[in-house]
Design a binder for this molecule. Structure first.
Ligand SMILES: Cc1cc2nc3c(=O)[nH]c(=O)nc-3n(C[C@H](O)[C@H](O)[C@H](O)COP(=O)(O)OP(=O)(O)OC[C@H]3O[C@@H](n4cnc5c(N)ncnc54)[C@H](O)[C@@H]3O)c2cc1C
Length: 289
């Protein structure tokens, strides 16, 4: 095998597609935890807007398989380094592409985890259009109101009925002023519960067609760190070709850039896969591995 791709959501499958079409022998491992798997659709993804996340990945799997990519439903817990090669899931390869993605830590409020991906979402660019002009609530992560203020201001472009619930955090005068100018209402009471269609505060129930939350993102896998790759601010550090600080190890998609939407993660993976192919070619021509 030439390349092992670890992670088979949009970024991993796109890397495998580009490498498979370049006639590289590719094995892809995935344990089925695509970050958006709870959502009904992959919005804002040209050509795939009517597909669910699992439908899009099924199409991707079918397409990469046609180029000989060996897709395996399994988790990779270790990558062994053997000279300038790697052993991944029992396969000896010359390069590894980490496409292991992120998971989202949600605000610790009853009902948020239950509604995640459906009545509770994070990104207005992904889920704002469907609820435009309707009552929306922005819920913060307790203790960091600046992020939820920024999110509420953003959300005000999709609806003029937006309420920011700070869940007990007080805001600065400047923030209150900005929110007022954007037409965003503010409630500072503790949030008791998020329900489908509403948010329960101390003494009131606010209508909420969708609740948007601020999340904290974490790497799904610590493989990069354990392989000695530099990780900074929750992202694997790479150059423009996806090369990590460890030779032969590459990283793609949200693993390297948490804010990427799905199509951005796939686009990045395609660019990196071209670099992987070029690097392997260079080694082959110089008589290396
Ligand atoms: C609720 C929700 C809804 C969203 N909706 C949209 C939307 O509508 N439009 C949009 O553009 N974006 C949306 N996003 C963002 C989108 O999910 C990401 O941009 C996209 O999933 C990033 O893809 P990725 O391939 O980088 O990583 P991920 O989707 O995180 O995939 C990583 C993959 O790697 C696998 N993996 C991890 N570690 C291992 C291991 N050790 N061994 C084997 N496999 C492993 C996981 O199982 C997973 O399949 C949404 C996000 C969330 C949370």
């Amino acid at each position: 095998m030439d390349v092992a791709v670890v992670g088979g959501s949009v970024a991993g499958l796109q890397a495998a597609l580009t490498l498979g079409r370049a006639r590289r022998r590719v094995v892809l491992f995935d344990d089925g935890q695509a970050r958006n798997r709870a959502a009904s659709h992959v919005h804002n993804f040209l050509g795939a807007e009517d597909l669910s996340p699992s439908e899009l990945l099924a199409v991707g799997r079918r397409q990469v398989s046609a180029y000989g990519v060996d897709v395996r439903d399994s988790r990779v817990d270790d990558v062994d380094v053997d000279g300038d090669e790697f052993v991944v899931g029992g396969e000896r390869v010359r390069a590894v592409v980490l496409a292991t993605g992120l998971w989202d830590e949600l605000p610790d409020v009853p009902g948020v985890a239950d509604g995640w991906g459906r009545s509770v979402v994070a990104c207005p660019h992904c889920h704002g259009w469907e609820v435009r002009d309707q009552p929306l609530v922005q819920l913060g992560m307790r203790g960091s109101p600046e992020r939820s203020v920024a999110r509420a201001l953003l959300l005000s472009r999709w609806s003029d009925d937006v309420t920011l619930c700070t869940d007990g955090d007080e805001l600065m005068a400047l923030q209150v002023d900005q929110l007022a100018r954007a037409g965003v209402a503010v409630r500072t009471e503790h949030v008791k519960e998020v329900r489908t269609g509403s948010v329960l505060l101390g003494g009131a129930e606010l209508a909420a067609r969708r609740v948007f939350v601020v999340v904290r993102q974490h790497q799904q896998s610590d493989l990069a760190e354990r392989l000695g790759c530099q990780v900074a601010d929750g992202a694997v550090v790479t150059d423009e070709g996806g090369r990590t600080t460890m030779p032969g190890i590459y990283a793609v998609g949200t693993t390297t850039s948490p804010a990427l939407l799905a199509i951005g993660a796939a686009g990045h993976a395609s660019t990196v896969a071209v670099a992987v192919h070029g690097d392997l070619l260079e080694l082959e021509l110089s008589g290396g591995r």
